[in-house]
Design a protein around this ligand. Structure first.
Ligand code: CA
Length: 231
């Protein structure tokens, strides 16, 4: 079955270009030219991935992303943000809001396709139903149900946060450097920076609330998940 990509972009030229390249790779492509239509489409067709422009008429991209992540029906769909500015603030805001990746315009279509495929491949690698569970301290990750419990609370995580926490919990007690985390969570093709990891760790800690100290910063190396009872 072909994967479906929803492209939310108001500029016709870019939309045409994206449709062309995605179709060449045998993706089904659905498009929307404003934020409201994009949201409606996302809920209606439940695409495998969304390419989302930030500067949209009506409802802007960040608001669209926020709504997508709030709705349980669409929260699990990976979102790649297209930003025209190359503006660091935009990127950080996008990541803070739970986007899975971002691409700065003008982009190289091949690079964009590589990123899209990497994200979809990682989703595929997550094993299907089979009851795979990991527990470290008060944190329990149920892979097949895509659920994380911290104590009594069910956490509301984005796909990327889930993957990052899963990686840390799977390797509980071991230090993972940022480069390793980038490879494992974002894929080796992804050219992220240490900051990408740090931003996501910060968000994850916020969501872990009382248990945020479980993610330990190991100076000049990276992070580890502490499964020690005293932590
Ligand atoms: Ca635009």
């Amino acid at each position: 079955m072909n994967r479906t990509i929803l492209v939310i972009e108001d500029e016709t030229d870019i939309l045409t270009l994206l449709r062309h390249y995605l179709k060449q790779e045998h993706f089904e492509v659905v498009t929307a030219q404003n934020g409201y239509d994009g949201l409606t489409q996302a809920r209606a067709i439940h695409p495998d991935l969304i390419l989302l422009d930030l500067m949209l008429p009506g409802l802007d991209g960040l608001s669209v992303n926020r709504s997508l992540k709030k709705d349980p029906l669409t929260a699990g769909i990976p979102v790649v943000i297209l930003t025209a500015k190359g503006d660091e603030t935009d990127r950080i805001i996008g990541l803070e809001l739970g986007a899975d990746d971002y691409i700065v315009k003008p982009f190289n279509p091949k690079e964009l396709l590589a990123r899209v495929k990497a994200i979809l491949r990682r989703l595929e690698q997550e094993p299907p139903a089979g009851g795979e569970r990991y527990k470290a301290g008060p944190i329990e990750v149920d892979v097949s149900r895509h659920e994380v419990r911290a104590g009594d609370h069910l956490l509301d995580l984005t796909a990327k946060e889930f993957s990052l926490l899963l990686t840390l919990v799977r390797n509980a007690g071991h230090v993972l450097d940022r480069e390793t985390l980038l490879d494992l969570v974002w894929g080796s093709e992804y050219e992220g920076t240490d900051r990408t990891v740090d931003v996501h760790i910060r968000r994850l800690r916020k969501k872990l609330g009382d248990f945020q100290d479980r993610i330990v910063t190991v100076k000049q190396i990276g992070y580890k998940f502490s499964d020690a009872e005293s932590a």
